[in-house]
Structure formats: structure tokens, C-alpha cells
Design a binder for this molecule. Structure first.
Ligand code: GUN
Ligand code: FE
Length: 436
């Protein structure tokens, strides 16, 4: 475990505030909590990162379907509802097999760590044993994780081969996973549980009610999808007579630090509901390009004070890396602003001021995601845990070439260009979890 490290670092402790920490001395306590960060600090016993390596906070991925790693990068030509029925539910059903679960989950967590993702909010499957196994693997490999057994019991939207046998089974299974995670030895806060209704269409009213009671009883976070696509948004409105977000609130499924994925079609009043309750949004720009039928109004959400972080939505998005999510968040915001229809006059294109830049995306990828989930990470500040990656800007097999850039321009180059070979080392709680 690290105790003292000297490195050049960047972080974004608050939205819009990028800080460069030159030659900073990081001092950690025995649990990996940051005690102090002193730019230009000296300590004879400190390890020093090699020249050309830059320290960044580890990334937070707010939306992962861990089992779907097995189909990453495939079948994205279908609409959401067909993709679920034809590919995703059959794949997730295979996680009844613990050996298969072990293979996929181990590969996923190792790869995410190697890509600098030190924290993640995971959907598992409906299976209690495989979900417990995912929690154990996160703990063993050292990824900070919030994990939920997926609850889905609605006989009209979930196939017989892949659904909870009843509303009680969905709630009891969720309770069993919460208890298993609470009892994991040597956990020290690295792994936690979340109540996980897949999305409103997949749950009966009895299931949503039972999960809401479980949330009140246990105090754990909730994760789900909200207003993802025209189909999903419309389906909930027709069935419930209210919006997706209003439905979640109605059933008691929006405690503080809950995180809802996509939110593409969230109305301004739905955004107010999330903000008032201290819930956040997992912005999944790559997945949204395939399934959402719209571009999430990221800038409007941020200006309204909503907590937002980034998600890969493995495998609704084809890339497992938060670097890719950050790049797409910036690009999608520019397309939303600039418009997509060259046949219209410039004054009629686009949705008005929508752009965000890489600094904003960097904040979302780090402290923004951490604040949404309420995790003590995402920036280099005393009291937070040391979750970090060392990016090697000189790696020969990497994808960054620095020609004199420093400061913000160097960070921008790293965020736009870095790939797995550039990520030299990764830590959580000050413990090295990956080395290239
Ligand atoms: N809505 C319900 N389930 C899913 C899923 O697995 N992925 C995405 N992107 N949306 C969903
Ligand atoms: Fe999803």
C-alpha cells in the first residue's frame, strides 16, 4: 500500500475547476485515505512517478451491465426492445451457471481496472449466487463497486426463461444480496449493494412496492433506467399515467444517491424531482446513440444543478472505457448544439447552446460520478480515498504523442488520446490493483 507518492497530477474537484498539481506530495493513511496533498512537497521516503507519467483520479462508471460484457460490441443494430428479447435476456439467463458468471465477471473487472475505472455501479442478473460472486470478485480485484441483483418479474415484458418467479422472489433475492454484501469479510466500504429494478416496464406494481419498502428498510441506494427511449418513456406513461421519474418516486424508489441511467427524455419537472431528492443521472452517450432516439440535454441538466456522471452502459454502448464515454459526451453535445440537418439554414439547426468541453467531461468522469453515488473518491482532497491511475504519456505502444504540451492542453491530449497501453498503474484505497 502506498504511503507517500510524488507526482504531477490533474483533478477537477468542482465542476468547471480544473487544477494542476505539480510535483505534488500525496500522503496517505494506513487505509488509503488522503491525508495531505502538497504541490512542490518533499519527503525522502516518497516514491516518485517516472517522468512522463501523470496522475489522474480513477474513473467512475455509473452504469454497467456486468453480464453483458460477453456481448460487448454486438447486435447494436436492433431497437432496444428487440435487443433485450433476442440477445440480452438469453445471455443474462446463462448466469444461472456460476462458472460462466465467474469467467465473464473476472474478465470484465480486470479490464475495467486496466482502463482506469476504479469505481462502478453494476447491474448483475436476476440470480442471487452469481450476483454475490460479482461482489466477491470486485472485492478481490479491488474495484470499488455498488452492485444490484436485477429485479424483473413482469410476465408481459419478461420472458418465462428469464424473470423472477414472483414479486416476492424479486424482493427476497434483492434482500439476500444486500445481506451477503453487508457480511463480506474485509470489505471496509469497497463494495456496497443497490436495489435494482431493471426498469419500470419489467416490474409489476407489487414488485416496485416491495422494492420501495426494502429501500426504506435498508437505506441502500436504488439504480434503474429512466426515460431512456421513446418506447420506454411512452410505455410507462400509458401503463402508469405518470412519467417514469414520477413512478419511481411514487414507489419510494428514489432515495438520495440513487442513480438512473440515460434520462434522455426526462422533462424539466422530472429533472427537478431527481435534483430535489439528491438522485443523479448516468449519462451514457455511446449507448444513447443506439437506443435513446435523442441526445441527452447534458448542459441543461448540469445548469439545473442535477448530479450527473458518465456510464459506458456495457453493452448498450460498444466501448468499456470511460475515456470513450467522455469523448462521446463532448461530441454528442456538439452535435446537439450544431444540429444534424445540413439542408436547414444555420439559424434553424441544433437545440441551442448545448456544448460541453473536455474539462466538464473530466469532472463528470471523476468527481461528478463520485458525488452522484456519494462515494468518497474522484479528486485528490484530504479525507477522500486514493483511487487513481498513472497515465504514461511516453508509452511506445500507446496512443498519445506529446510535443511540448503542458497544463490543460496536456490533459486534453491525454483524455482524447489515451488507451489501455498508456495506463501504467491503477490504485484503489492506495493499493495497486493493476500494473501494465
Ligand atoms: N432497459 C432495460 N434493460 C436495459 C439494458 O439492459 N440496457 C439498456 N440500455 N436499457 C435497458
Ligand atoms: Fe442500461
Amino acid at each position: 500500500r502506498l504511503r507517500r507518492l510524488i507526482a504531477d497530477a490533474f483533478h477537477a474537484p468542482r465542476s468547471g475547476e480544473l487544477e494542476e498539481l505539480r510535483d505534488a506530495l500525496f500522503t496517505l493513511d494506513a487505509d488509503g485515505t488522503i491525508l495531505s496533498v502538497e504541490p512542490g512537497g518533499h519527503a525522502p521516503d516518497a516514491e516518485r512517478l517516472p517522468a512522463g507519467q501523470v496522475l489522474l483520479p480513477g474513473f467512475v462508471d455509473l452504469h454497467v451491465h456486468a453480464p453483458q460484457y460477453a456481448q460487448l460490441g454486438t447486435a447494436l443494430d436492433l431497437p432496444l426492445e428487440d435487443w433485450l428479447n433476442e440477445y440480452t435476456f438469453p445471455l443474462e439467463a446463462r448466469f444461472a451457471d456460476l462458472d460462466f458468471a465467474e469467467t465473464v465477471y473476472r474478465a470484465l473487472i480486470a479490464d475495467m481496472l486496466a482502463l482506469g475505472t476504479t469505481s462502478a455501479l453494476h447491474f448483475a442478473t436476476i440470480h442471487v449466487p452469481a450476483t454475490n460472486r460479482l461482489a466477491e470478485i470486485c472485492l478481490e480485484l479491488g474495484q470499488r463497486a455498488v452492485i444490484g441483483k436485477v429485479a424483473m418479474d413482469h410476465p408481459e415484458t419478461c420472458p418465462e426463461f428469464y424473470r423472477d418467479a414472483s414479486a416476492e422472489a424479486a424482493v427476497d433475492g434483492s434482500r439476500a444480496v444486500i445481506a451477503h454484501i453487508a457480511a463480506l469479510p474485509d470489505n471496509a466500504g469497497l463494495v456496497a449493494a443497490a436495489i435494482t429494478p431493471r426498469f419500470v416496464p419489467s416490474c409489476t406494481d407489487a414488485c416496485l412496492e416491495g422494492l420501495g419498502r426494502l429501500a426504506a428498510e435498508t437505506g441502500v441506494r436504488v439504480q434503474s433506467h429512466v426515460s431512456e427511449s421513446d418506447w420506454e418513456h411512452g410505455f410507462v406513461r400509458t401503463r402508469m399515467g405518470r412519467s417514469d421519474a414520477e413512478t419511481l418516486v411514487h414507489f419510494g424508489l428514489m432515495p438520495a444517491h440513487s442513480v438512473f441511467a440515460h434520462a434522455t427524455h426526462l422533462s424539466p419537472s422530472d429533472m427537478d424531482l431527481l435534483r430535489e431528492r439528491g438522485a443523479g443521472v448516468a449519462h451514457c452517450p455511446l449507448s444513447n446513440a443506439y437506443f435513446a432516439n435523442a441526445v441527452f440535454p447534458l448542459r441543461r441538466a448540469l445548469e439545473s444543478g442535477l448530479r450527473v456522471g458518465l456510464g459506458t452502459d456495457i453493452s448498450g454502448g460498444p466501448a468499456p472505457s470511460i475515456f470513450e464515454a467522455a469523448r462521446m459526451a463532448v461530441a454528442a453535445s456538439r452535435m446537439r448544439e450544431g444540429g444534424v440537418d445540413a439542408d436547414r439554414p444555420p439559424s434553424e439547426r441544433g437545440a441551442g447552446p448545448s456544448r460541453v468541453d473536455m474539462r466538464t467531461a473530466f469532472h463528470l468522469a471523476t468527481r461528478g460520478g463520485a458525488e452522484a453515488l456519494g462515494l468518497p473518491v474522484g479528486a485528490f482532497m484530504p479525507g477522500l480515498k486514493f483511487d487513481a491511475m498513472a497515465v504514461d504519456t511516453t508509452a511506445r505502444d500507446g496512443t498519445i504523442r506529446v510535443f511540448g504540451q503542458t497544463g490543460e492542453r496536456l490533459l486534453e491530449k491525454i483524455l482524447h488520446g489515451a488507451s489501455r497501453p498508456n495506463i501504467a498503474r491503477v490504485w484503489t484505497d492506495g493499493v495497486e490493483r493493476h500494473r501494465r
